[in-house]
Design a protein around this ligand. Structure first.
Ligand code: GLU
Length: 430
């Protein structure tokens, strides 16, 4: 009966400017499915999450008042392995957003061919308004509320917007203490001292840089003559900027929540503190020009990397984007309508599910290390990440060339074929 189920999350037929992550994710799925000869029942199943956990998370604030937050864990699909995906702390977190983001995780793991399914969770909270102690309490209580849903073979959270390695250490500790044994594999993105992997924090930015480098080469350009604008300067953005800068590209603009800085000659990106080193420091740097985040997106550069938040490339600015190519660092920075405009304008958009998949790929390495109780060197992590990214790039590139579709469709085709084949092979239970 799943094929006739209608839920309040059902997307409208025509793209609107206000598009939720779930609407975008469902449209992208249908778009890719239209290119493939796959069982429509499998596609219908994949438009819906397997389960969504909603919990209330009360904590005692330092004022003595009790505040109650709402937390979610959306588990989309697990046909290829345990659910996997980030946990975000952000005031805008909703059930619908978690479901849409959990779908992206299913495709991200499948495009990388790693044996995980998709999940995403979050708490609707502004972490900037909490002290460290309050964040710890929030994380421990949330972990307890979703305890039965997570575990190294069930669902493995990781950092995302508003959470970091410390958050993951608290989660791992809260889970392990209750289970009565040390279970590092319940979560990835932990500090290395408690079972985290070397290179995990830098991995999403590293993969964005690797994929940007491959795309630059694919379009017959020379990295040394390439200008890059990066929206954001958090972990993904700063690490991508550092590597591209190291590889000879000219990073002409970066930004944070307060705005951006622009230098046509290029910045020494290592001299600009990332958000983790010093929050919101970008606009305090010496630079020839201060720009807004909107202006950054419209700069005439070779490569634009939106690596901050979702939905920044929309119908409102898609016609004004002057970059020759876009590499998505954030999850879901481009709405469906904007993607269509970029396709018409022949601006290649290398999708998030490929470009920033280094995060979940090194999460997989971390999980392997935890299960085997053996840590890998940074060199090994980076080498294996490079190998996995190049293999995924090659798989996507083949579909792109053979089918003459967008890069996003090509990545979805790779991912969806794998997930659909696994569903067909396993069959519907019972
Ligand atoms: N939050 C990251 C993402 O969106 C990482 C997920 C993970 O490592 O599980 O890809």
């Amino acid at each position: 009966m799943a094929s006739t189920t209608t839920t309040p999350d059902e997307p409208q037929e025509e793209p609107t400017e206000e598009e939720s992550a779930l609407e975008t994710a469902r449209r992208q799925l249908q778009h890719a499915a239209d290119h493939l000869d796959i069982n429509p029942n499998v596609v219908e199943r994949l438009k819906h999450p397997k389960k969504v956990h909603e919990v209330t998370v009360p904590i005692e604030r330092e004022s003595g008042d009790v505040e109650v937050y709402t937390g979610y864990r959306a588990q989309h699909d697990s046909v290829r392995g345990p659910h996997k995906g980030g946990l975000r702390y952000h005031p805008g977190v909703t059930r619908e957003e978690c479901v849409g983001l959990s779908m992206w995780m299913t495709w991200k793991c499948a495009v990388m061919d790693i044996p995980f399914g998709g999940a995403k969770g979050g708490i609707a909270v502004n972490p900037k308004e909490l002290t460290d102690d309050e964040k710890e309490q929030l994380t421990r209580r949330f972990t307890d509320e979703i305890r039965s849903a997570i575990g190294p073979t069930k669902d493995i959270p990781a950092p995302d917007m508003g959470t970091d390695p410390q958050t993951m250490a608290w989660l791992m500790d809260a889970y392990s203490m209750q289970e009565g044994e040390n279970i590092p594999g319940v979560v990835t993105g932990k500090p290395p001292i408690v079972g985290g992997s070397e290179g995990r924090e830098e991995a999403p930015g590293r993969s964005v840089a690797i994929i940007a480098r491959e795309a630059i080469e694919y379009y017959d350009r020379d990295a040394e003559e390439t200008t890059v604008a990066v929206q954001g300067y958090g972990s993904v953005a700063a690490n991508a900027a550092h590597l591209l800068d190291d590889w000879g590209a000219t990073v002409v603009a970066v930004s944070d929540v307060n705005g951006g800085i622009y230098d046509p000659e290029g910045f020494d990106t290592h001299a600009i503190p990332s958000h983790d080193e010093e929050p919101e420091a970008v606009t305090r740097q010496d630079a020839p020009e201060a720009i807004t985040n909107e202006e950054l997106l419209e700069l005439d550069v070779d490569v634009l990397i939106p690596a901050a938040i979702g939905d920044v490339l929309t119908v409102d600015n898609a016609d004004d984007i002057a970059a020759d190519m876009i590499v998505e660092g954030a999850n879901g920075p481009t709405t469906t309508a904007a993607s269509e405009i970029f396709a018409e304008r022949e601006i290649p958009v290398i999708p998030d599910i490929l470009a920033n998949a280094g995060g979940v790929t090194v999460s997989y390495f971390e999980w392997l290390q935890d299960i085997n109780r053996r840590s890998w060197s940074l060199e090994r992590v980076n080498d294996e990440l490079e190998t996995e990214m190049l293999a995924a790039w090659q798989d996507v590139r083949e579909e792109f060339e053979e089918r003459d579709v967008t890069w996003r469709d090509a990545a979805y085709i790779v991912a969806l074929s794998r997930v659909a084949e696994a569903h067909e092979t396993r069959g519907l239970w019972p």
